[in-house]
Design a protein around this ligand. Structure first.
Ligand SMILES: *[C@@H]1O[C@H](CO)[C@@H](O)[C@H](O)[C@H]1NC(C)=O
Ligand SMILES: *[C@@H]1O[C@H](CO)[C@@H](O)[C@H](O)[C@H]1NC(C)=O
Ligand SMILES: *[C@@H]1O[C@H](CO)[C@@H](O)[C@H](O)[C@H]1NC(C)=O
Ligand SMILES: *[C@@H]1O[C@H](CO)[C@@H](O)[C@H](O)[C@H]1NC(C)=O
Ligand SMILES: *[C@@H]1O[C@H](CO)[C@@H](O)[C@H](O)[C@H]1NC(C)=O
Ligand SMILES: *[C@@H]1O[C@H](CO)[C@@H](O)[C@H](O)[C@H]1NC(C)=O
Length: 415
């Protein structure tokens, strides 16, 4: 008996000292830029002179309310030392009566064109104009995501020089369906790509209700249209369960509903350095997809069949939310199952680890800044009540990190 115990103890000593271990870190060190102590963020965008903006979607967190009186916000400027202020002002962040219209059955998103309802992304374009992407949707207190109403889903442009709204593009219900979730956006302002000369925006519809696709906006005319509607490459894969920090993520579609797989569609989006290719990926899948941007701008009678035929599968990237591009031409994407961020190099068709760090969980949106760093939010979305077991396991603060880009990479600019 005694000798048996001794044998076990010495066996344990040998195994701990001689077995190699995953270091868990790779790439440039993460620098902590901002701690979110108040509302729960998804997006980040950094201007040329270093101003930073985030958004806080009420469509994913019942506590991100803007009920018209509580002084909360769905878009803010980060003003240092863990503080944020409503952006571009408090008024536009507080729709009268709140973001939800309870006079309809079922309740729906408020239809205000001049107020922000539920913002999922904020992105600066190559001219440093801030574009606010409003889903028009929010959660009721019991966690039901209400459908959008015309006026809610929209794109709002703000000039940083005087913090004023300069443009509002409202999406028609044939472009933003009531169940659409306008997730992320990227800009190409090269004049020659449209007859209007005003440039183009590309938007992912990540709707968990399943009608996913890519939305294209002519920023000159304000017209918008969809392509790749509902094809498998924009949808979550059947039976898909991503893992973060060793835990499989099963999805809870709403209060009282049975647990399901992660049905999250096209989310991260990035344009190639030359503007000719658009990359995206569903959260409910590990593949990286792309399409020549000309196929998306085409609105001819055969433009949809040609677009579907032109979709390319670029191999596996892991599970990610936001994407970004730098002047190296690399496409960055989160790889949250590996606590990291990867880069895809179109020149060799492969992915490579950019950074790994145990502090990384759900890598949400990214922003390549003019200072040569990749900024990204790490927001614990995987620990929200939207995933099994349905309890909120997040712990404040939520984090904004940055990491130095390889080979002196910096912000790309299509104009
Ligand atoms: C959400 O708000 C409620 C009520 O104020 C609070 O009890 C809860 O801790 C909040 N949840 C999170 C994750 O902040
Ligand atoms: C930052 O905030 C903390 C806590 O509110 C405060 O004690 C500290 O003085 C602030 N620091 C600066 C530089 O404003
Ligand atoms: C709420 O819904 C009613 C009925 O459709 C509509 O008349 C009203 O304009 C809506 N209000 C808001 C703020 O959405
Ligand atoms: C803010 O600046 C924009 C762009 O320069 C200009 O068009 C607009 O009139 C200004 N708005 C206000 C309120 O000053
Ligand atoms: C959740 O709240 C909505 C809006 O108030 C209501 O219509 C729905 O019946 C509620 N669902 C559950 C399961 O309680
Ligand atoms: C592809 O390019 C990346 C970035 O330069 C590099 O790190 C990686 O090793 C390359 N992969 C292959 C298989 O050549």
């Amino acid at each position: 008996m005694f000798s048996h115990l001794i044998a076990l103890a010495s066996f344990a000593l040998v195994s701990t000292s001689e077995v190699i271990t995953d270091r868990g870190v790779a790439g440039p060190p993460l620098e902590l830029v901002h701690l979110y102590n108040d509302q729960w963020p998804t997006g980040i965008t950094v201007s040329r002179d270093g101003r930073m903006f985030s958004n806080y979607p009420p469509g994913l967190d019942t506590n991100n309310t803007n009920d018209g009186s509580n002084g909360k916000y769905t878009v803010a400027e980060l003003i240092g030392n863990g503080s944020e202020r409503p952006y571009p002002n408090a008024e536009i962040n507080n729709p009268p009566g709140g973001s939800i219209n309870y006079s309809t059955y079922p309740p729906s998103g408020a239809n205000y064109q001049n107020y922000l309802i539920g913002v999922q992304s904020v992105v600066l374009d190559p001219l440093d104009r801030l574009w606010i992407l409003d889903t028009g949707r929010a959660l009721t207190p019991n966690g039901t995501l209400v459908p959008g109403s015309y006026g809610g889903p929209k794109l709002v442009g703000v000039t940083l020089s005087n913090d004023s709204v300069i443009r509002t593009i409202v999406f028609p219900p044939t472009v933003a369906y009531a169940t659409s979730y306008l997730n992320d956006i990227r800009f190409d302002l090269r004049p020659h790509i449209t007859s209007s000369g005003g440039g183009v925006a590309y938007i992912t519809d990540s709707s968990s209700e399943g009608r996913n696709g890519i939305i294209i906006v002519d920023l000159g005319t304000g017209e918008s249209w969809r392509h790749l509607d509902g094809i498998p490459e924009v949808r979550g894969e059947r039976g898909f369960a991503p893992y973060v920090w060793g835990v499989p993520l099963y999805y809870i579609p709403g209060p009282g509903q049975p647990v399901s797989y992660a049905p999250l569609g096209s989310d991260g989006i990035a344009i190639s350095l030359d503007g000719e290719e658009l990359y995206w990926g569903p959260v409910g899948g590990r593949y990286l997809y792309s399409i020549p941007t000309a196929r998306l701008r085409d609105r001819s009678p055969v433009s949809e069949t040609l677009a579907q035929a032109a979709v390319m599968n670029r191999g596996q990237r892991g599970v990610s939310d936001g994407f970004e591009t730098d002047t190296n031409g690399f496409i960055y994407a989160g790889n949250m199952e590996q606590n990291g961020i990867l880069l895809y190099n179109p020149a060799n068709g492969t992915t490579t680890t950019f950074v790994r760090d145990p502090r990384i969980n759900w890598v949400d949106t990214m922003s390549v800044a003019s200072d040569g760093y990749l900024y990204f939010t790490v927001n614990q979305l995987c620990f929200t009540s939207g995933f099994y077991p349905g309890t909120d396991r997040r712990q404040r603060p939520f984090a904004l990190f940055r990491a130095k880009l390889p080979d002196d990479g910096t912000r790309a600019s299509l104009q």
